[in-house]
Design a protein around this ligand. Structure first.
Ligand code: ADP
Ligand code: ADP
Length: 231
């Protein structure tokens, strides 16, 4: 499961400017789709409609055939994992921050999720390991470390759908590599919608959607799109 469909979707924010007009997109369960195109094209808007941060003005979005309007916020949250540039951690221990992904997670499950996210190494180097407090009264973590904690949380949550926003922050090469590795692992077997900036993501996607303000301009595999341009 994890089939997604946007059917004849129109969308405007409150100011009324039309952002999406008759937008159609089908993503099969487990498929990896990259959204590419200029800033302002509507890529993050598309991603925010799926977890219902906003509702469509017309048309519908379905998950496994069910209109998202009929799915509870709780259930949507369980089924969709979101990786964004900005990570907000609450003032608690690292373990509790990861544990947010699943109620009643065991210590072993939390450790395993941290390991999958390539986070265990830096966590074990901290004075109190998993029990280290983060936030104002605790340690200050780097952007990359926070990102890995948020990825660990998603491993634990184990959603069938992923939204990845690659808006590239200034990460050092080693951190970038760690994060790319864990994101590749995370997206295995999950339906993945990525706002793609990295060439590797674009190359490894099953379908690449190029859109601008006028909607989808091109769609296909990397080979198909490159082949076309070569002609
Ligand atoms: P992209 O992700 O491709 O850069 P966005 O989805 O962020 O594109 O933006 C598409 C359009 O929607 C832009 O014109 C942007 O200014 C507008 N927009 C984005 N978010 C909001 C918002 N919260 N309220 C009003 N307009 C918005
Ligand atoms: P979780 O409960 O796993 O943290 P959420 O669904 O609450 O996941 O949020 C996932 C991400 O989406 C968070 O990084 C949050 O900042 C972002 N987010 C939440 N609500 C909105 C919104 N209305 N618009 C844009 N982004 C949002």
């Amino acid at each position: 499961s994890g089939n997604l469909e946007f059917k004849s979707v129109d969308f405007s924010y409150n100011d009324g400017e039309v952002i999406l007009k008759n937008f159609n997109l089908e993503i099969k369960a487990g498929e990896k789709v990259a959204l590419v195109g200029p800033s302002g094209a509507g890529k993050s808007t598309i991603c925010s409609l799926l977890p219902r941060f906003y509702d469509v003005s017309r048309g519908k979005i379905t998950i496994d055939g069910v209109d998202v309007k009929g799915i509870t916020q709780n259930s949507l949250r369980k089924n969709i994992g979101i990786v964004q540039q900005d990570v907000y951690l609450f003032h608690g221990s690292i373990g509790d921050n990861i544990g947010l992904g699943k109620i009643d997670a065991t210590e072993n499950e939390i450790e395993r999720a941290a390991s999958m996210a390539n986070a265990l190494e830096f966590i074990n180097e901290l004075p109190d390991g998993m029990n280290t407090l983060v936030g104002e009264r605790g340690v200050k973590l780097s952007g990359g470390q926070k990102q890995r904690i948020s990825i660990a949380r998603i491993f634990l949550k184990n959603p069938k759908i992923l939204i990845l926003d690659e808006a590239t922050s200034a990460l050092d090469n080693q951190t970038e590599k760690y994060i790319q590795d864990s994101l590749a692992k995370l997206s295995e077997g999950r339906t993945t919608l990525t706002i793609a900036h990295r060439l590797t993501t674009i190359k490894n996607s099953d379908n690449i959607i190029y859109l601008d303000k006028d909607g989808i301009q091109e769609e296909g595999t990397h080979e198909e799109l490159i082949g076309k341009k070569g002609k």
